[in-house]
Design a protein around this ligand. Structure first.
Ligand SMILES: [Zn+2]
Length: 466
């Protein structure tokens, strides 16, 4: 069964394969690093992780870009309130975000790109939009004129005709179904950080950063653009308007959006006291893999009700799978092999893969796993399970875990997991290649502080615990 994904653009489930050389060019909107990310954000990032792993399971390679929004209204406001330099302020929350992603076992995209390192690229794109008559300026700010892009509204399926005449908005956030010309470039305000560029001093608006960095790293037409459902309008609609006005080509073939997360049946909000960062939930003593399981267990196009009972059930489900695995590894079974169980394992594998390929139906995929576990436990109890059936059963569990990644317990507090060490070693390698020796040295030191020693050898970097 081919991979099928729901495309917000066509409002249909479509067969997916990348446009060229078996590589999926994918862009996902990353965090705005003005605070610790909340569990609703991580619902979306966990969906992206399941998507990555399912794409890979279908034999595709990945070229995935995620931005770090390290300049916007909120960041500027918060940094000023704390009397901090923008960079110092965002560095803390960028690192916190990466740590949180590691805790949830979210793979690092191939490119993680901060907006502030691409300001000149953005200024250049705005200059080209201006040359194409898509913009107008006012008091040093530059606005995109929505009336010059007839396709405006095609992603959110809103009809904006008659509602797009030259009213402009400076904020990064505005009301749903309110199509106003948006700021591409914001003139410097008193006391605010700004950049000197070819189009004058100022800073970019939020929307332009994604268009520019996506096209820079992935080309003019992406295979997949994904994010939370709240980004469809205006953010993604604006990205399409800018990108397609620049290139004259479709910006992305597929648009994927994850639904909202509710907490205990209510919209998460600070005033209701049900607003949780990942750190808040971890501090209550819940294992990261239980959080990951809960976030992944509901298909991404359904809204997810995050409850603390649900977290407990997630932990119980993981225990059940771990016990099953332990039993497969340690019980002694009669010699031989049971043909019926061989067929049962194959059927479970097929159901698992087919469910994921059905627009990432994670609930069905998990059901296939648990029905299998129940049947095999019964077969073990009755002596029908034979030693020759063990390898295939373990291989299926491994296949499951290559997507859901919950079987291995998280290392105790204070001890870096193997995966976290590997990720840092990889990051250091990349830093060295990019001649960012400061970062490379910093990682070596961070690891040493955690009791991890690195050895540079001819065949690459080896690491060991002290
Ligand atoms: Zn974006």
């Amino acid at each position: 069964m081919p991979l099928r994904l729901y495309n917000t653009l066509s409002q249909q489930v479509e067969d997916f394969s990348p446009a060229r050389d078996n590589t999926v060019r994918m862009y996902t909107c990353g965090p705005t690093v003005y605070h610790y990310a909340h569990i609703g954000n991580f619902r979306t990032f966990t969906f992206v992780d399941i998507l990555r792993k399912t794409l890979r399971a279908n034999g595709f390679q990945l070229d995935h870009v995620m931005n770090i929004t390290d300049v916007d209204d909120k960041i500027i406001r918060n940094a000023a309130a704390e009397h901090k330099d923008l960079k110092d302020y965002t560095a803390v929350y960028t690192q916190a975000f990466l740590d949180d992603c590691s805790a949830l076992r979210l793979e690092r995209p191939e490119h993680l790109v901060p907006a502030t390192e691409h300001i000149d690229d953005m200024a250049d794109a705005i200059a080209r939009l201006t040359a194409g008559d898509h913009t107008y300026s006012s008091d040093g700010s530059v606005y995109f004129r929505i009336g010059t892009f007839p396709g405006y509204g095609k992603l959110s399926h809103n009809d904006f005709s008659g509602n797009i005449a030259g009213a402009r908005v400076d904020l990064d956030e505005y009301e749903k179904a309110d199509a106003r010309d948006f700021a591409l470039w914001k003139a410097p305000k008193e006391g605010e950080k700004y950049w000197e560029t070819a189009i004058g001093p100022g800073r970019p608006g939020w929307h332009i950063e994604c268009s520019v960095m996506a096209i820079k790293y992935l080309g003019e037409t992406l295979d997949i653009h994904a994010g939370g459902i709240d980004l469809v309008f205006p953010h993604h609609e604006n990205e399409i308007a800018q990108s397609e006005s620049l290139t004259g080509k479709p910006f992305s073939r597929f648009w994927l959006h994850a639904e909202f997360l509710m907490v205990e049946g209510q919209k998460m909000s600070k005033s209701l006291g049900n607003y949780f960062t990942l750190r808040d939930v971890l501090e209550k003593g819940h294992a990261p893999e239980a959080i990951r399981y809960l976030l992944a267990s509901v298909p991404y196009r359904k809204s997810l009700n995050f409850t603390f009972d649900g977290l407990k059930s997630a932990a119980t489900a993981i225990d059940r799978l771990r016990n099953f695995k332990l039993r497969l590894e340690t019980d002694r079974f009669p010699e031989g092999s049971n043909d019926q169980l061989i067929a049962r394992t194959r059927a479970a594998e097929q159901a698992f893969a087919a469910s994921l390929n059905d627009d990432l139906n994670t609930a069905e995929a998990l059901a296939a796993v648990f029905e299998y576990v129940r049947d095999v436990n019964t077969a073990m109890d009755s002596g029908e399970f034979r030693s020759g059936n063990g390898a295939a059963a373990l291989a299926f569990l491994e296949r499951f875990d290559s997507i859901f990644d919950v079987l291995k317990p998280t290392a105790q507090a204070g001890q870096l997991s193997d995966a976290a060490v590997e990720a840092l070693v990889k990051e250091r390698d990349a830093a060295k290649k990019a001649k960012n020796f400061a970062r490379a040295d910093q990682i070596r030191k961070e690891l040493l502080d955690q009791g991890i020693v690195l050895e540079d050898t001819k065949s690459g970097v080896r690491w060991k615990r002290k």
